[in-house]
Design a protein around this ligand. Structure first.
Ligand SMILES: [Fe+2]
Length: 229
């Protein structure tokens, strides 16, 4: 029998202490503000990329974020989920920086090829954001914001509850701002027109529960940009 040197095996509590030395804890506390600052700087850079593509996209994203958070509150989403929804909404069309301006700004109907190019923008956003671990909760919302409740949307053809709740809320907020904002080729819809469109699309394009609570919101207080009629 050989003697086993006892000092080669540390007691478990000593091993645990060794994994969390005081110096690492102090270092983590020191570096934490820098990590938060780096996240904020990354966010500003991404929003600047949206802004650089198209000023309309930036103001659209700001409106959509505001509407999505209001819808999220009415869905009683918890505060961290609302924060995630707000940031995802700000970045939802980031992938349009990969779509030609001639297609994005085309006033008339799109060809099949042009629409296929537009349909790539959710995946392009994910490709851009893919390496940012602090946006991992935001990516499914961004990727699926063009899914439709009946399963005929893109990119994955998800339906109903398969679509993340944040993406379902974002889809309605996105449509709301598109309808309420004037474009070079169309006037802003009246709030009554928006109500009719939302009712028409409930259960097809949009989650009917989210449509109902958005209609109640419109009855209480129309969002900025909406004309009462
Ligand atoms: Fe989009």
């Amino acid at each position: 029998m050989t003697d086993r040197p006892s000092h080669t095996v540390l007691p478990t509590d000593t091993q645990n202490r060794a994994l969390k030395p005081v110096a690492i804890n102090r270092w983590m506390q020191r570096i934490h503000p820098h990590i938060e600052a780096a996240h904020m700087e990354s966010m500003r850079a991404l929003l600047a990329a949206v802004d650089a593509k198209d000023r309309y996209t930036r103001s659209h994203s700001l409106n959509v974020a505001k509407y999505a958070v209001e819808i999220g509150r009415r869905l009683r989403l918890p505060e961290p989920a609302l924060d995630t929804l707000e940031v995802a909404s700000l970045l939802h069309d980031l992938g349009k920086i990969g779509v030609a301006d001639a297609i994005l700004n085309k006033p008339g109907p799109l060809t099949k090829e042009e629409f296929e190019a537009i349909k790539k923008h959710p995946q392009t956003a994910i490709d851009i954001l893919g390496h940012m671990s602090f946006l991992s909760d935001h990516r499914p919302i961004i990727l699926h914001h063009h899914e439709r409740f009946d399963g005929t949307g893109y990119p994955a053809g998800l339906s109903g509850d398969e679509i993340p709740i944040g993406a379902r809320a974002l889809a309605v907020a996105d449509a709301l701002d598109t309808m309420l904002s004037p474009r070079t080729y169309k006037r802003a819809f009246t709030t009554n027109h928006v109500r009719r469109e939302l009712r028409h699309c409930a259960g097809h394009q949009f989650d009917p529960t989210i449509v109902n609570l958005t209609l109640r919101w419109l009855d209480e207080k129309p969002p900025r940009g909406g004309k009462m009629m």
